[in-house]
Design a protein. Structure first.
Length: 164
């Protein structure tokens, strides 16, 4: 499952960057996330795929917060991919118990991946073997570089997993 998610994310990010640079498209973080989700990720939904339905993808989705003092039970993440269609953090008793298959945290118009996002994903993923996280930055403003993505799984960060 994780390898398939990696492939889908990698291909979608490459297509996004190719499009942005070919068209001189510009947007802020929220616009980049929407463009990525609707233009490049959701078209990859296939019945036989790990990403088989559009309802597996949430923008500004709630997930269970990592433990720590003075933390809320839930936190919102830029993009969440759930393992099943129509899934979210809540169970049938309206308790927050479900974990996502993947989370993407974004920074647009920045030149470095957020260390806060990477550290949060490292902590979140440490006990979740069926989860993968991505911290993405895309510089569509000054265009000093294109995209950098750090991949996080089981508490380990792989810097420059994708560098375009």
């Amino acid at each position: 499952m994780i390898n398939e998610i990696d492939g889908i994310i990698r291909e979608s990010l490459i297509e996004l960057v190719d499009f942005v640079w070919a068209t001189n498209w510009y947007g802020r973080e929220r616009e980049v996330i929407s463009l990525f989700a609707f233009g490049f990720l959701l078209p990859r939904c296939r019945p036989e795929s790990v990403l088989r339905h559009q309802t597996q993808v949430a923008i500004e989705g709630a997930v269970i917060q990592i433990s720590g003092p003075n933390r809320k039970k839930l936190v919102t993440k830029d993009m969440v991919i759930w393992p099943e269609p129509l899934m979210n953090v809540w169970d049938e008793d309206r308790q927050p118990v479900n974990y996502p298959a993947a989370i993407l945290e974004w920074k647009a118009n920045k030149t470095t991946v957020s260390s806060y996002d990477v550290n949060w994903l490292r902590q979140f993923s440490s006990d979740l073997p069926d989860f993968v996280g991505y911290a993405v930055c895309l510089d569509v403003l000054q265009r000093r570089f294109r995209l950098s993505c750090t991949r996080v799984q089981q508490g380990q960060a792989h810097n420059r997993w994708l560098l375009l």
